[in-house]
Design a protein around this ligand. Structure first.
Ligand code: M6R
Length: 607
């Protein structure tokens, strides 16, 4: 939530900041702004709207300014409406800063400042933070930052400039991510590696509570005690092209197409002699020892990947698995202990609720395993064990390839656990792995369904409500299909376990209400077909997704999408692509910005 960037070096800072913000725009796009040193003073340009509006405003109003040091922000509004004055950067006295996060006690701090006669001009928590730092400042920036942040409660990633210390940026974080790199072109810090990769493939994660002082020549990091700290350097394994659209209209479409590669990159290294194997991840089978239950916790799409994980692990390993929404889990006093394996799933590795759920699990002594896409992210760092998904950067707000690889890792966990406990033979484990690899090839085939799905999508754009139905694995998929559709097309949608429909929701099914039914599971195929008949007889327009050879009465549905032949356990990888396409085309036909749906941000680093 909110993208922040700081740059100091030999490049044109305005350009560097705006280009960097463009790559971070998926984190928030309510407003954008930059501040930079020019002729010894700090100058700020900010505006409501996307980074392109900022680019225009900078060209119009500050085109001639020369700058080599500055900070930039793209906002997802939390406190204070979407307006120019609430946009970042914020200035208070000598302090100008940008912020990603939420200062929870800002009201209290505001009252303290008011008692000293200081009033903010905006409605933001961020301006209060700037005022607190300024209030603590008497010429020593690091002491001011240290003393001020002791007063702040909440999450923050700050980049800060002091008007009397030119060509220098300070940064500190708590909760919100910050990664940094230094090259011979200068120093750069940002919320995400996508903004760094055009400078360097080596980066470090600023640790919570550490302060980075950035100049053109170096980044000096000090820990809480003021001691110089040498951060661990990580390597970005993908290159700059991965963070660009590469000829597609939208990142979402590009990322849908990247799924076969992402899946292969995630599965292949974990296939040793044909068997599922996590030794290269340093995840030993000890994680399965002495556990009597598994809890999977995550948010949104990642939680839906967890639903498939539950289904597979319970089905194959016969161990009870619960899937909890992380924002609920953390406040429900969960029944967990040292015999619980807590699996957190997160693309970004920074989702605030998932991180809090992980910390809670650790407090209760759980073994913790995370399934994360972003290397070195908070969730990855704080978990006992990590299985990285290798999707590369996912830029579109709507998650696609990250979901597929999360599901793949869930399957691998189920296969390995199953094999470890001796419930399946070596031969069966190898068979599952080869079916998984075979399925990944079939994902390529489903990518060819674009025209078919687009034609169906054309008939859905006028709908007010769309329902998704499924049973078992297909129900888990329905949840994801429904989320994808509503988040980018703004059409209300719900996913239902098909058998549950007649316990209330069927009253919403009237003439022409679209129902997307998934019928890929032979064991419940007849059941889902009965449910489809129920909605059909109430006038629903039915789109039915099935495997090969399913017998379907022509009168039962308006459209049938037949998936390539794979084992029924593996069909979710194929249905996922169809449902992603469906959401994509409905949104595109409606003329919506698929990559940046309203009110959303990619990485939810606040509660
Ligand atoms: O980064 P995470 O995987 O932890 O994010 C969790 C959700 O915010 C995320 O999956 C969200 O639901 C998707 N962007 C929806 O497509």
């Amino acid at each position: 939530m909110c993208g922040i960037i700081g740059y100091i070096g030999v490049r044109d800072a305005k350009k560097a900041l705006i280009n960097g913000l463009q790559t971070l725009e998926y984190r928030g796009y309510d407003s954008a702004g930059i501040s930079y040193f020019t002729e010894g003073n700090i100058h700020t340009v900010k505006t409501v709207g996307k980074v392109s509006c900022l680019r225009d405003k900078v060209a119009e109003t500050a085109g001639d300014d020369v700058a080599t040091c500055g900070i930039g922000h793209t906002r997802w509004a939390t406190h204070g409406g979407v307006s120019d004055v609430n946009s970042h950067p914020h200035t208070a006295g000598k302090v100008t800063l940008i912020h990603n996060g939420i200062i929870e006690n800002y009201k209290e701090l505001q009252e303290e400042l008011a008692a000293k006669g200081q009033t903010p001009v905006s409605q933001t928590d961020t301006e209060i933070a700037a005022m607190v730092i300024n209030d603590c400042y008497d010429g020593d920036p690091e002491t001011a930052i240290r003393n001020a942040t002791r007063k702040l409660r909440g999450a923050y990633g700050f980049c800060i400039m002091f008007s009397d210390i030119p060509e220098t940026i300070y940064a500190i974080r708590n909760g919100s991510p910050l990664v940094a790199a230094h090259t011979n072109e200068g120093s750069i810090i940002a919320s995400d590696m996508v903004a760094l990769v055009s400078y360097s493939k080596q980066y470090f994660v600023l640790k919570e509570g550490h302060i980075a002082k950035m100049t053109k020549d170096e980044i000096l990091v000090r820990d809480e005690n003021g001691e110089i700290y040498g951060p661990t350097i990580h390597h970005i394994s993908w290159d700059v092209a991965a963070a660009k659209k590469g000829g597609y209209d939208y990142f979402m479409m590009k990322e849908i197409h990247e799924q076969p590669e992402a899946l292969r990159n995630t599965v292949k290294p974990r296939m040793v002699d044909g068997l599922p194997d996590f030794s290269a991840d340093e995840v030993s089978d000890d994680i399965f020892k002495d556990i009597n239950r598994i809890v999977i916790t995550a948010c949104g799409t990642a939680m839906h990947a967890g639903l498939l994980g539950k289904n597979m692990i319970e089905r194959l390993c016969r161990v009870p698995v619960t899937v909890d929404i992380a924002s609920e889990f953390r406040y429900q006093n969960p029944i967990i202990d040292e015999h619980t394996l807590l699996i957190t799933v997160s693309q970004s590795g920074e989702t605030a609720d998932t991180l809090a759920a992980l910390r809670l699990g650790k407090e209760h002594g759980c073994k913790t395993l995370s399934v994360v896409n972003v290397k070195g992210s908070s969730i990855a760092r704080e978990s006992d064990y990590v299985l990285y998904t290798h999707a590369g950067p996912e830029i579109a707000v709507a998650s696609t390839k990250a979901y597929s690889v999360q599901v793949a890792v869930m399957y691998l966990i189920a296969f390995r656990f199953d094999y470890y406990t001796g419930k399946i033979s070596e031969e069966d484990a190898k068979h599952y792995m080869s079916e998984l690899m075979f399925t990944i090839d079939r994902v390529e085939d489903v990518l060819e369904y674009d025209n078919q799905v687009e034609n169906i999508a054309k008939r859905l754009t006028g709908a007010n409500d769309i329902f998704f139905l499924g049973r078992g694995l297909d129900y888990a998929l329905s949840c994801e299909g429904s989320l994808k559709l509503k988040e980018i097309s703004y059409i209300h949608s719900e996913a239902y376990a098909a058998g549950e429909l007649k316990h209330g929701t069927i009253s919403l099914i009237t003439d022409n209400v679209p129902v997307i039914a998934l019928g890929t599971q032979p064991d419940v195929y007849e059941k889902i077909i009965s449910n489809v008949q129920e909605v059909r007889s109430r006038g629903a327009r039915v789109i039915l997704i099935t495997g090969q050879g399913a017998s379907v009465d022509a009168a039962l549905c308006d459209h049938q999408i037949v998936l390539p032949e794979v084992g029924p356990l593996f069909s979710p990888f194929l249905s996922a692509v169809v449902l992603q396409y469906l959401a994509y085309y409905v949104a595109v036909i409606k003329g919506l910005n698929v990559d940046q749906p309203r009110n959303l941000a990619k990485s939810v680093t606040v509660e």
